[in-house]
Ligand binder design. Structure first.
Ligand code: F6R
Length: 605
């Protein structure tokens, strides 16, 4: 993961580097650092904490210079501490790195045998020392190219040179890298979001490419060091990106933005006049589609799981789902009649991007469901279905999950209708219900006061279980994921019918068990499974869209979300679970927007 930034300017750059690093903290927040060049000296400032800490250090001990690089770290090689914080500098070179150098041990040994001394436990330092060695008899660009040939793994790099004070070199292999253009100032960054306050003119490096920036010029090179031209994109302006407004943190803002997310997404895809879904340009005609393969990680994978139930219920099409880190290593029989759909909020998740690349190599049609339309996954896929959620800053995905579900549901409706799997009247009814979704989410959010009370019951718990059947099973998985990542309380999601095959042994007096039971074909079955838990002392938290009287006495806490239809209930039932995780974490004083050990964009394998 990690975020990198570089600025070449005609004025001091450290303040802008700090501001950009604050935007990149979603990529990692284990440590932060900056290196600037002035009077032929590399000046480093680093801290083992967050960018706010680094800013304080810079206030006390400013680091001037019109050229500089910065980094926020998500630790891979070496514990998160000051020594391992980037940039990693020698006397001549300073490097920031996002990614992993897989052969770093081997390279370290070679360098040590030649007399190099390492200060940190990072893989990055080998890059610094290899470039330093190469610079003894080469120009910077040649030294970087020579070093790149030795490196195995995936990375994005930003490099400055003591003796060449006007240039920053950037290189990409695997991990994303963007450059930004302005007058008398040019930029390098892990994404366009970090550069947005300075420019909206962006080019993206492709794999194997390298760039050289000065304040007045940017040159690009392909893997063979031939000069190349790159397309300049004008990136969109997103309103309120980094403004928490009156909310305590981004996550609560993003939870409460969900009615707007739903409205925006529904408006983008539903043509109210024609009463139709305006999804066009299918890369394979829906009637000719043999199978849909849905791939994602974490929360995005859960949205694929929910969609599988929808496709199976509504359409005649076969559906397969997989976790991207598994998919990329499976021996898959690719079929040109299948559509391979990649779901990702960031569009930068390394495993998902690699799974997409494998599909491209096998010449099958790909689609991405993404939030960031300028992202690698969006740019590399044949067909993009944006979720229109706007920037999601909180590490735990909330409104993007909602957006993914809505887009997948809309796609499912459209494909089912074109294939003639659902009749016009059901299609229209489903579209009408979708239009009611934003208001139903609004009503669901009014459950917050009850959820705050419910959250207190989790404070002394040793663990928890989330149970559901059908499409409520992935919602249970998502509820458990949200609770564990935010509150660090152990939580497991299970299909309710599977409990008696093992997990029932975990039930003990007072264990919180969240039962997700909408009034669908599984309702009675789920109630029976719930009784098995009650009989063993589990403390039940029951979430339904059924009538109030289905919340019985044996239940510790009951919540009821509005009922629209059996498909949209999955979306509505996810909302109280997000709020539950949020409030448990708040009571436990956890860092809501930046849970420990995590990062928003997972750009390592
Ligand atoms: C959990 C969460 C993660 C992401 C996963 C994939 O709240 O956000 O599980 O869903 O890392 O990320 P994207 O969607 O960016 O590919």
């Amino acid at each position: 993961m990690c975020g990198i930034i570089g600025i070449a300017s005609s004025k001091p750059v450290s303040i802008n580097i700090i501001n950009s690093l604050k935007k990149l903290e979603y990529r990692g927040y284990d440590s932060a650092g900056i290196a600037t060049l002035k009077d032929q000296l590399i000046n480093e400032r680093k801290c083992s904490g967050r960018v706010d800490e680094l800013e304080k250090i810079l206030l006390k001990s400013p680091s001037d210079g019109n050229i500089g690089i910065g980094h926020v770290r998500w630790a891979t090689h070496g514990i998160p501490n000051l020594i391992n914080a980037h940039p990693h500098s020698s006397e001549n070179v300073s490097v920031v790195h996002n990614g992993i150098i897989e052969n770093s041990d081997e390279l370290k040994k070679i360098l040590e045998d030649k007399g190099s001394k390492f200060k940190s436990q990072t893989d990055t330092e080998v890059i610094t020392l290899l470039i330093t060695e190469a610079l003894k008899n080469m120009e910077p660009l040649d030294a970087v190219f020579k070093t790149l040939k030795d490196l195995k793994g995936s990375f994005a790099l930003g490099i400055i040179f003591k003796d060449f004070p006007d240039i920053i070199i950037g290189a990409r292999r695997g991990s994303p890298l963007a450059v930004g253009y302005s007058s008398n100032e040019n930029y390098l960054g892990s994404d366009s979001y970090a550069l947005k306050s300075m420019t909206n003119k962006i080019s993206y490096l492709d794999d194997g490419e390298t760039c050289v920036l000065t304040k007045n010029s940017i040159s690009f090179f392909d893997v063979k060091k031939n000069k190349i031209n790159k397309k300049v994109h004008i990136v969109s302006d997103d309103e309120n990106i980094s403004d928490k407004g009156n909310y305590k943190n981004f996550m609560s803002k993003e939870i409460f933005e969900q009615p707007i997310t739903a409205k925006k997404c529904v408006n983008e895809y539903i043509d109210s006049l024609k009463k139709d879904i305006n999804i066009l340009n299918f890369p394979i005609r829906p009637k000719e589609l043999k199978k849909i393969v849905l791939v994602g990680c974490g929360t995005a994978y859960h949205s694929c799981l929910v969609a599988k139930y929808w496709f199976e219920e509504l359409s005649s099409i076969e559906v397969e789902i997989d976790i991207a880190s598994e998919f990329r290593y499976r021996k898959i029989k690719f079929d040109p009649k299948n559509l391979y759909i990649f779901v990702s909020q960031s569009g930068e998740t390394a495993d998902t991007a690699a799974a997409l690349d494998i599909c491209k190599k096998n010449k099958v049609k790909t689609c991405s469901v993404v939030n960031v339309i300028e992202s690698t996954i969006a740019r590399n896929s044949d067909w993009v279905l944006p979720i229109h959620a706007g920037p999601e800053i909180g590490v735990a995905s909330t409104k993007a999950f909602l957006g993914q579900l809505i887009v997948l549901y809309i796609l499912c409706l459209k494909i089912s209708s074109v294939r003639g799997d659902i009749n016009k009247s059901n299609y229209n009814k489903n579209i009408e219900n979708l239009k009611k979704l934003p208001d139903a989410i609004k009503k669901t959010l009014t459950l917050e006061t009850n959820i705050q009370l419910m959250a207190k019951e989790f404070l002394n718990a040793r663990g928890s279980m989330f149970l559901g059947r059908g499409s409520s099973f992935p919602i249970a998985l998502e509820g458990a994921l949200k609770l564990k990542e935010l509150s660090y309380l152990h939580a497991e999601g299970y299909p309710a019918g599977e409990m008696k095959h093992g997990p029932l042994a975990l039930i003990e007096e007072g264990l919180p068990v969240i039962v997700i039971a909408p009034k669908d074909k599984y309702f009675e079955k789920t109630l029976s499974n719930m009784q098995e838990v009650i009989a063993r002392g589990g403390k039940i938290f029951f979430i339904t869209d059924n009538k109030k009287d289905s919340i019985s006495e044996n239940i510790r806490f009951g919540l009821r979300v509005p009922h629209l239809d059996n498909f949209l209930s999955s979306i509505l039932l996810a909302v109280p679970l997000q709020m539950l995780a949020y409030h448990v974490a708040l009571l436990k004083n956890c860092d809501i927007d930046k849970p420990r050990n995590l990062a928003k964009s997972v750009t390592v394998e």
